[in-house]
Design a protein around this ligand. Structure first.
Ligand code: DON
Length: 582
């Protein structure tokens, strides 16, 4: 089943602006000169099927950049780095220089997969009780030391083929010459500018006529300060961000606004090449992001629990299947609160990835009744508890796969744009447990594993995931959505791996979310519209549902059909992204 909204343009791309036509000509030339063998048909759309390589992300110009880099002879990591830098220009709500994330790489050719972890870090002056419960989610104090530029540099140093400068150049061009706004981005920019009266630099940089006008679709956004910042990165690598002029501007911004980040915090920031977490499900191998993300551990624990049941003996949308999914989510999120945090500060129990432990967990599920969340962790005393991230997937012609999720935490992060440097800073310190010891039924968590400490990384839910069969990647996926991310990925994996749904159908399918507390199921409107009787049955089993439906995630993914070798690049149409491939 293909979503009726999905569009594929075969061969030549739709050209909507001067820059696009320049990019497009570059595209054709590169396609004809750089690619060995028969010229491939380029495809751009929300659902593409191609034979060699694909990039799927939330921003059309950035997808084009990724494909362009692949056509120039870059591998999937080169394309991912260039796409991430381009999205820092063309998708400012979540694409970033001032945030952090996780890049999962499956290199193929017998090489070990690696997760480049570039999560933000608490500044040296941070401490466990630095926030009050009602402190603002915006402003300087909530900014973590950014990880993106160091992370992209590490990914490139470890795996890249093309020169660094070549990967930064498309982003410089998009910032310097500008790019054409689509309607969703024009609206998003108008909204963030209107709701940010206290952030004049954001209004100046992202507002039309410095905040006095309103953007329309087809207007052009030019970002000169950002272009200069990107040029410093092109020239000096990560040192062009963590030291020198950009670092000076960032530290001055912190000092002016009462933030904690110092020159030393920036200079000492390191990204890590970590071993991904690994599990199996029905003969598939699953690779995920390790702590400080809870994404990989949560996904593998969930699949290990679900493997104890014959899920596909029931319909995908039956009460029996959804009950098992919800009960699994409840247990996984309880363990997340109990155990997970930065592994440099917190010992992560190995059992969370083990089949025996999952079997024990599965045994505690009552097949007829919802388990009240309160029963799961008696040792945790309960007190009376908008956003944006972006995920993209890349596969190259040699079968190297990259799943990258990165974020500013909320849409437009802290709303702080570094004066003169043109980029937004994250509000990732909000992902720590703010109130030590305070865990409540609303979903606030105060457990020790994720309390603030200097130099510590806040727990994430980002879940870039690569599924492998017989040594070859078959699925590259992930999503935004804060704590819902893990459940979005679990839903997609269940549909594809257990129910053998085509990827487009799995991504379009309604989503649901349970996170232990609040003890309720969040769900998408389509679940209510299409499966109202199932919801009634689940209510009768003791499940509570949220008052209103809410949209969940944007899982831009690629399925590689092992039989035909075709790559199916699928955009999650909950957002306005693009898949580009050939
Ligand atoms: O790292 C995390 O888990 C969060 N900061 C992600 C935030 C997010 O996904 C918001 N997205 N839509």
């Amino acid at each position: 089943m293909k979503n009726a909204k999905r569009k594929t343009q075969n061969s030549k791309f739709d050209v909507g602006s001067l820059l696009n036509s320049i990019l497009h000509s570059a595209f054709c030339v590169l396609t004809c000169t750089a690619v060995q063998g028969p010229v491939q048909a380029e495809e751009l759309g929300t659902s593409i099927a191609v034979s060699r390589r694909a990039v799927v992300c939330d921003s059309e110009p950035a997808s084009r950049v990724g494909l362009e880099i692949l056509q120039q002879g870059g591998n999937a990591v080169d394309a991912a780095v260039a796409t991430a830098l381009a999205m820092a220009v063309t998708f400012p709500e979540a694409g970033n220089l001032g945030g952090g994330g996780f890049m999962l790489v499956y290199p193929g050719g017998g090489k070990e997969p690696v997760c480049i972890e570039y999560r933000e870090t608490a500044p040296a002056a941070a401490h466990a009780t630095m926030f009050r419960p009602d402190d603002s989610q915006h402003g300087h104090k909530i900014v973590g030391v950014p990880g993106t530029v160091r992370g992209l540099e590490l990914a490139h140093r470890t795996f890249g083929k093309l020169p660094w400068r070549q990967l930064v150049e498309p982003a410089v061009r998009l910032a310097d010459e500008g790019f054409t706004l689509g309607a969703p981005l024009a609206t998003a920019l108008n909204n963030v500018v209107a709701s940010s009266p206290d952030f004049p630099e954001l209004r100046r940089v992202f507002g039309k006529d410095e905040g006095r006008g309103r953007w329309n679709a087809d207007d052009r956004l030019v970002q000169k300060d950002l272009a200069a910042t990107l040029r410093r990165i092109a020239e000096h690598g990560a040192a062009g961000f963590y030291e020198g002029e950009t670092a000076r501007l960032l530290v001055a911004e912190m000092q002016a606004g009462g933030g904690l980040i110092t020159a030393e915090d920036l200079k000492s920031y390191r990204a890590n090449a970590r071993e991904p977490v690994h599990g199996t499900f029905r003969g598939f191998e699953i690779f995920g992001a390790p702590p400080p993300s809870s994404g990989g551990v949560g996904t593998i624990e969930a699949l290990n629990i679900l493997e104890n049941f014959e899920l596909n003996a029931h319909d995908r949308w039956s009460a029996a299947t959804l009950h098992l999914l919800i009960e699994t989510m409840r247990r996984v999120y309880c363990d997340r609160a109990r155990y997970l945090g930065d592994p440099g500060f917190t010992e992560i129990p190995a059992k969370l990835l083990e089949k025996d432990y999952a079997r024990e967990q599965a045994r505690t599920i009552d097949l007829e009744r919802a388990t009240p969340s309160e029963q799961l962790a008696p040792e945790i005393r309960l007190a009376d508890e908008s956003e944006s991230t972006t995920h993209f997937s890349v596969v190259d012609a040699d079968g190297m796969a990259v799943a990258n999720t990165y974020t500013l935490e909320h849409s437009y992060g802290s709303r702080v744009v570094v004066h003169g440097a043109g980029f937004l800073l994250n509000n990732e310190m909000g992902d720590f447990n703010w109130r030590p010891g305070h865990t409540d039924r609303q979903g606030r968590i105060g457990t020790a594993a994720n309390q603030i400490a200097p130099g510590k990384r806040m727990l994430s839910s980002q879940t870039p995931t690569i599924v492998v069969r017989d040594g070859r990647p078959v699925l590259v996926t992930g999503s935004p959505g804060g704590r819902t991310i893990i459940n979005t990925v679990i839903g997609v994996l269940t549909s594809v791996l257990e129910y053998e749904a085509p990827l487009g159908e799995a991504i379009d399918a309604p989503r649901l979310h349970h996170q232990w507390f609040p003890d309720e199921v969040r769900f998408e409107e389509a679940l209510q519209r299409k499966h109202a009787a199932t919801i009634d049955r689940l209510r009768a089993m003791g499940h509570r549902f949220a008052a209103k439906p809410s949209k969940q995630g944007a899982a831009n993914s690629i399925w590689i059909d092992a039989k035909t070798g075709q790559l199916h690049g699928i955009v999650d149409t909950r957002r306005a992204g693009a898949a580009a491939g050939e």
